[in-house]
Design a protein around this ligand. Structure first.
Ligand code: PRP
Ligand code: URA
Length: 213
């Protein structure tokens, strides 16, 4: 997958581009939006997990014994509520053994500062890789706060999957969490004066759950 000069790994795949067009389209209702988001997450997870640590074990086949490679350590997926929840089922379809931690963060609409309202993470987060999931990386405030919460909970090997990333958010994560690899389906142009990504897709949580006023 191409790595952008910002260090973000950007998905260059016809299926992902096609589904992203559906998600961006303001005429797509919440059912269509949710289905496409879930499908993109499932497609992205193959690449995101490409470098996960492996270990060798011995297996008995019906014929003989042989050595096989399996994933080392527990994988933890952490969606940022609400919108991150929309990517979880697609990921769990591919990795049903993964654990799921939850972080609840809501942006204050005036200050754009994230407010944390939920932190439910496994105790032994350092037992394996952690994948933070949030479709939108705008100012980067929510993702940066979520990554700090993961660090405080003990996570050491952390990656982030988002759908659409703005340069402002990428710059912030590069400064505040330089060791975290970011994967995105698209790099957008900028954020507007209200903190929305342009061209973006609007408010991801509202579009996903049909709560647009
Ligand atoms: C959205 C999105 C991110 C955040 C990104 O959540 O899911 O968490 O905004 O913006 P930032 O990069 O500027 O912090 P929101 O706060 O709207 O909450 P919601 O998903 O519950 O609607
Ligand atoms: N959060 C969203 O849901 N959409 C944006 O464009 C920016 C932040």
């Amino acid at each position: 997958m191409p790595t952008h000069e910002s260090g973000v790994i950007v998905f260059d795949h016809p299926l992902i581009a096609h589904k992203l067009a559906t998600i961006r389209d303001k005429h797509s209702g919440h059912r269509t939006f949710r289905a496409a988001l879930d499908q993109i997450a499932g497609l992205m997870v193959y690449e995101v997990t490409r470098e996960l640590p492996m270990r060798e074990i011995e297996i008995e086949t019906p014929m003989t014994t042989t050595r096989c490679r399996v994933l080392a350590g527990a994988i933890t997926i952490v969606p940022v509520l609400r919108a991150g929840l929309g990517m979880i089922d697609g990921i769990l379809d591919v990795m049903p053994e993964a654990r799921v931690g939850h972080l609840g963060l809501a942006r204050d609409e005036q200050t754009l500062e994230p407010h944390a309202y939920l932190n439910k993470l496994p105790r032994d987060l350092d037992d394996g890789p952690v994948i933070l999931v949030d479709p939108m990386l705008a100012t980067g405030g929510s993702a940066s706060a979520a990554l700090t919460m993961l660090r405080q909970a003990g996570a050491s090997d952390v990656r982030m999957i988002c759908l659409v990333a703005a340069p402002e958010g990428i710059d912030r994560l590069r400064r505040e969490h330089p060791d975290v690899k970011i994967y995105a389906a698209a790099l957008d142009d900028c954020i507007d004066e209200h903190g929305y990504i342009i061209p973006g897709l609007g408010d991801a949580g509202d579009r996903m759950y049909g709560t647009v006023e």
